[in-house]
Design a protein around this ligand. Structure first.
Ligand code: PHE
Ligand code: FE
Length: 279
């Protein structure tokens, strides 16, 4: 494939997927035959460890739909999940070899197709992996695609991404994705909970983001979020908190064109910058 995937954060090695398998839209068939018994075992152990940590840390909407992923003992067949998912919200998951370029990603989302990496991490990466693998993509992202509000948010994000591409605003928009869909926290009646996929699929960060006094937690605000850099290879130093998915939806409903223009010349915040100190 001619186009290399875009990653804004720093990374020391290229994506490991085999992009020869992918078509022009970067999707491929889920290579189910390639999974070894060890791969299924890795999935099972990740699932077990992670689901034990969910009570008191994951948002209720996530806990409620997690069983829709099917049996935890083996990596699921994507088509089995799609039977349920398409009926619930009109979304489907499609296999990809790994991270894909922005435009391809936005285009899939705008069509209610969510790209899921089909390979799984090595046992050595059990605790932490920088690149998304099938466990992160399935366990982290797919349950909330069953939620109607998040399902619509994600489609609009894809359409907004195609627009941002023309406006040269992808990096700003990608920060919103990072701090909501990947690392978002939500205030529920019972307390602070995680809804971001990067948190929900990480055992260390699920505990850290919800329970540790160390990170900064700010109410989600578009301008602040879009100006805040992020790190892809450590726990986040700043999390942005929403009150409800409806709030997130309403906040991101307006046309961002003017916001992008007004933010273009403003300084960025470092990932750990506190609100009152200029970067
Ligand atoms: N409202 C945004 C725009 O005009 C699109 C968007 C919707 C972005 C939802 C993110 C999430 O660009
Ligand atoms: Fe992700």
């Amino acid at each position: 494939m001619g186009q290399a995937p875009v990653v804004y954060g720093q990374s020391s090695r290229p994506p490991r997927g085999d992009y020869e398998r992918a078509g022009a839209d970067f999707t491929c068939a889920q290579d189910f035959a390639a999974y070894t018994p060890q791969d299924h075992d890795t999935y099972h152990r990740l699932y077990e460890r992670q689901s034990a940590l969910l009570p008191g840390r994951a948002c209720q909407a996530f806990i409620d739909v997690l069983p829709q992923l099917g049996a935890k003992e083996r990596i699921p067949r994507f088509e089995d999940i799609n039977d349920h998912l398409s009926r619930a919200t009109g979304w489907e998951i499609v296999a990809v070899p790994g991270l894909i370029p922005e435009v391809a990603f936005f285009t899939l989302l705008a069509n209610r197709q969510f790209p899921v990496t089909d390979w799984i991490r090595t046992p050595q990466e059990f605790d932490y992996i920088v690149e998304p693998d099938v466990f992160h993509d399935l366990f982290g992202h797919v349950p909330l695609l069953f939620n109607p509000v998040i399902a619509d948010y994600m489609q609009r994000y894809g359409a907004g991404g195609l627009k941002a591409e023309h406006l040269g605003a992808c990096e700003m928009l990608s920060r919103l994705y990072w701090y909501t869909i990947e690392f978002g926290l939500i205030r529920e009646a019972q307390g602070l909970r995680a809804y971001g996929a990067g948190i929900l699929s990480s055992s260390g960060e699920l505990q850290y983001s919800v329970n540790s006094p160390k990170p900064q937690r700010l109410p989600l605000e578009l301008a602040r979020t879009m100006r805040t850099r992020y790190k892809i290879d450590t726990y986040q130093q700043t999390y942005f908190v929403i009150d409800s998915f409806e709030q997130l939806f309403a906040l991101t409903e307006p046309d961002f064109s003017q916001l992008y223009d007004s933010l273009r010349d403003q300084p960025e915040f470092a990932a750990d910058s506190t609100p009152l100190i200029s970067p």
